[in-house]
Design a protein around this ligand. Structure first.
Ligand code: FAD
Length: 344
């Protein structure tokens, strides 16, 4: 879509090949979908620039202004707050809505962008390296239907198992975190019409167990995960409380009380998602790559570190993260930096 609106590509024909069906949404469904995304302000700005965000806000999305993260093995937490801002810290949007909004906007670009749905690419044939500077070689793309197309510029935006990337032998680094995400819509026990979206990332084994549970046991499991202190140890609690006391003496106004969500009363359908947890000048593309890597690599390294740090309940590690979380929570400037970095 970005290419379809790029003035540099005026007059060029763009063909988008999509293996799936066209997702048209005439009316927003009454029930919420379980598959949601948290869209950062940076992504919202990008979608706004191509006219998609307006469709999303007209359909359905929910800004949020506060995020709390706490440790099952201690009582500490970190709060990211944006109460003072008009816009949210980020937005929860159903995936179906994002896709429907993109589809709607793509329909409006029909002059230079044509979308071919149900068109699975099964083969790429790459041209031989060419020496003549003025002749750009063509890539041949073959579809499951047997049809083929040729192009001078191929953009591989075919997801985490990208065939384009595989066939070109572009290496990736990945490892298995033994993580699945169970997704569900929760009905909270408030008097208002409160519904909440749940993405519970956990081990494959616990995810299987959660999916096999009847509704009542699942609701108990969710409430227990929010409220239970069964994993907490007295030593960590005492040390954490001493450290918190010392920090409060230095920064009396910092820190915030833990605000747990209201208890869960029921669920909508639940399902599981496996986490594989995880035409421009070449110079322009290299600059883009460098810029993204500068942002993505520290982010990925940070997430990886967090995952490792929180995968154990060994007392020394729990103590270390208890102190780290408390100290970070009490330094608003540091938290602002974290939010600003994650929002890009
Ligand atoms: C449960 C879950 C929660 C998530 N939550 C968030 C979140 O909160 N915030 C966030 O930013 N991200 C989230 N993500 C990640 C986000 O969904 C992905 O990063 C994003 O969808 C990747 O976009 P993409 O265009 O690279 O790939 P995809 O969205 O996978 O799109 C690839 C497209 O290529 C098509 N395709 C693939 N192969 C072929 C082929 N051979 N021929 C033709 N077409 C093909 C597919 O049909 C698909 O439409 C979440 C993911 C999951 C699973």
């Amino acid at each position: 879509m970005l290419q379809g609106m790029d003035p540099n590509l005026d007059g060029k024909k763009i063909l988008l090949l999509e293996a799936g069906n066209k997702n048209v949404m005439d009316k927003v469904p009454d029930t919420y979908s379980t598959r949601v995304s948290s869209i950062s302000p940076g992504s919202a700005t990008l979608l706004s620039g191509v006219g998609v965000w307006e469709h999303i806000t007209k359909m359905r999305c929910k800004p949020y202004k506060r995020m709390q993260v706490w440790d099952a093995c201690s009582d500490v937490l970190i709060t990211f707050d944006k109460e003072d801002l008009e816009d949210g810290m980020a937005y929860i949007v159903e995936n179906d809505i994002v896709v429907a909004a993109l589809t709607k906007q793509l329909d409006g670009l029909s002059d230079n962008v044509r979308v071919k749905y149900r068109s699975k690419v099964v083969k790429y044939e790459w041209p031989k390296p060419h020496l003549a500077a003025d002749s750009i070689p063509w890539v041949k793309v073959t579809l499951a239907s047997g049809e083929s197309v040729e192009t001078k510029l191929l953009i591989g935006a075919d997801g985490s198992n990208s065939m384009v990337r595989r066939k070109l032998g572009i290496p990736t680094v990945k490892w298995d975190y033994d993580q699945s995400a169970v997704v569900a819509v929760l009905h909270l026990s408030e008097l208002s019409d409160t519904q909440s979206s749940l993405v519970w990332s956990t081990s494959h084994r616990l995810a299987e167990e959660l999916l096999d549970m009847d509704e009542e046991s699942f609701v108990d499991a969710v409430n227990s995960a929010f409220w239970s202190n069964a994993n907490q140890s007295e030593l960590v609690e005492k040390a954490g409380s001493l450290f918190r006391g010392a920090l409060s003496a230095i920064m009396p106004s910092a820190g915030s009380p833990r605000q747990l969500p209201p208890s869960v009363a029921g669920i909508g359908p639940k399902s599981r998602v496996m986490f594989p947890l995880g035409v421009g000048a070449i110079q322009h593309l290299l600059e883009y790559e460098t810029e993204r890597q500068r942002h993505n690599l520290p982010m990925m390294a940070g997430i990886d570190l967090m995952k490792r740090l929180y995968s154990t309940d060994a007392a020394p590690v729990v103590l270390l993260r208890t102190f780290g979380l408390q100290a970070t929570n009490m330094i608003p400037a540091l938290k602002e930096q974290i939010v600003a970095f994650a929002s890009k």
